[in-house]
Design a protein around this ligand. Sequence first.
Ligand code: CA
Length: 224
Amino acid sequence: MTNGGVVLLIEDEDEIAELLRMAFEREGFRLVHAADGESGLERMRDRDPRAVLLDVGLPGIDGFEVCRRIRAASDVPVIMLTARDTEIDTIVGLEIGADDYVTKPFSVRELVARVKAVLRRSEEAPVGRTALEVGDFVIDGGRREVTRAGAPVVRPTAREFDLLWYLADNAGLVLSRAQILEAVWGYDYFGETRTVDVHIRQLRRKLDGIPIETVWGVGYRIDS
Ligand code: CA
């Protein structure tokens, strides 16, 4: 049973690869393993995975650079596997377009759950309205892009788009980080609220003037 599709693992530790292969195949995925960045990028091209699990510490080109190259060509969900729980790794990974990360040693069961959540989110079209307006920005749910008169079209990453859509769909309401995590990431994130902050920062950078307000001590609100 491998109907879940291909998950690509780019990881130089065979032991982790073997553990994950068993876990993902039990859940119906086919796990394709690459032991370094170069061969990982080749598998990206020839296996067309639904999700990528990407180790940061790799021989040759590191995981951050691999992530940048993947993002240059694809919106595939990327989950970084980081060895150190340092803020810098986390933020760098998310800023270059990773959807999520786990810190080693991680629970295999939790990683599988995160992959499933990421796939659900990235493949679900927003329901209901097909476009939302925020100020003079138009958020197109079908094309998953943002337009503004006189400005180039912006295509945020899958997760950034879902976050923006959620805020815009609840325009005027203050949303807590926990609420946002639950709605956009789809599972209990064990208090990793800086993931929300980093994604908000990316949206503000990509969409200059987007009226996302920080509500200190609570969360965020978009004004329409
Ligand atoms: Ca490694």
